[in-house]
Design a protein around this ligand. Structure first.
Ligand code: PAF
Length: 283
């Protein structure tokens, strides 16, 4: 069983002892409701680091909607069981009061990398992510931290965070884990009704269509996105939020595709918001 620590001083003691004995620290930050996608991150951390820490904290600062925060699944016992089965050493599960004894005055502001995609529709979201990740890095002092590529924009934000602020943590991006029909694993999938679950794959299908068009030589991003958006709009049970082609490093939209790009989208299926992305490489 992993040690479950809920206070910052207790975690700092554990980290300090590991550092003194020269052990490397791998860190997997999560908001819980762990699934096979998280397990992939944990397994990689386990294979590369001496001490593996998983944090489970539903970070209020990154939610732009109160109802989303309240409905976010909280499954600590099952999460600890998954961590235990995966050989995690420490689960850090602080309360909101432990992480934010008072509303923070200092936050990490995120520049243009958050201007598009999710950043456009979730004001303040990436500021909340960058702030909590910076705090978690300060607390856990990891050598390596593991993030899923499903959240491509989040990964780009974190990469900028460590490079712009000289944070000595190696960021490891881990490929998206999918269901057999292509749906990207997400803690939000468990809120889909059976009929919604069936149509939720349309986002991945549209992104794969974009990928195929680019691989076949289409260079105009507008033509690629128009076809992909149309596929989604044909599905009446799904509402398209965005579908864009962006640069993989700064997440800015590209007009002409001259190198690898990311096709990324967000849809609403009933009351559930789903995101996904694929890397597209021109011939
Ligand atoms: O990806 C997530 O689960 C969260 O955004 C993270 C990185 C744990 C920060 O709260």
């Amino acid at each position: 069983m992993p040690e479950v620590l809920t206070t910052i001083p207790a975690l700092r003691d554990r980290v300090g002892a590991a550092r003194l004995s020269g052990r490397s620290i791998g860190f997997v930050p999560t908001m819980g409701a762990l699934h096979a996608g998280h397990k992939r991150l944990i397994d990689l951390a386990r294979s590369e680091c001496d001490l593996v820490i998983v944090s489970i904290f539903v970070n209020p600062l990154q939610f732009d909607r109160q109802d989303d925060l309240e409905r976010y699944p909280r499954t600590l016992d099952a999460d600890v069981a998954l961590c235990s089965a995966s050989g995690v050493d420490v689960v850090f599960a602080p309360s909101s009061l432990e992480m934010y004894p008072s509303p923070p005055v200092c936050v990490v502001d995120v520049g243009r990398v958050a201007d598009h995609l999710c950043g456009r529709f979730r004001p303040g979201h990436f500021r909340g992510v960058a702030t909590v990740v910076m705090k978690l890095f300060e607390i856990t002092q990891p050598d390596r931290a593991y993030f899923g590529e499903k959240d491509a924009q989040q990964l780009a934000v974190i990469r900028h965070l460590v490079s712009d602020l000289n944070v000595p943590v190696e960021i490891v991006g881990v490929p998206t884990v999918r269901e057999a029909d292509g749906l990207a694993l997400s803690s939000r999938n468990q809120r889909l009704q059976p009929g919604e679950r069936r149509v939720a794959t349309v986002l991945y299908e549209a992104l794969k269509d974009a990928q195929a068009r680019i691989a076949a030589g289409e260079r105009e991003a507008a033509r690629v996105t128009a076809a992909a958006r149309e596929m989604i709009e044909r599905q009446p049970a799904v509402k398209l939020e965005y579908l864009e082609i962006v640069d993989p490093l700064d997440m800015q939209p590209v007009a002409r595709i001259d190198g690898p790009v990311v096709a990324a989208g967000a849809i609403w299926v009933g009351g559930v918001r789903l995101i996904d992305n694929v890397i597209c490489v021109p011939p």
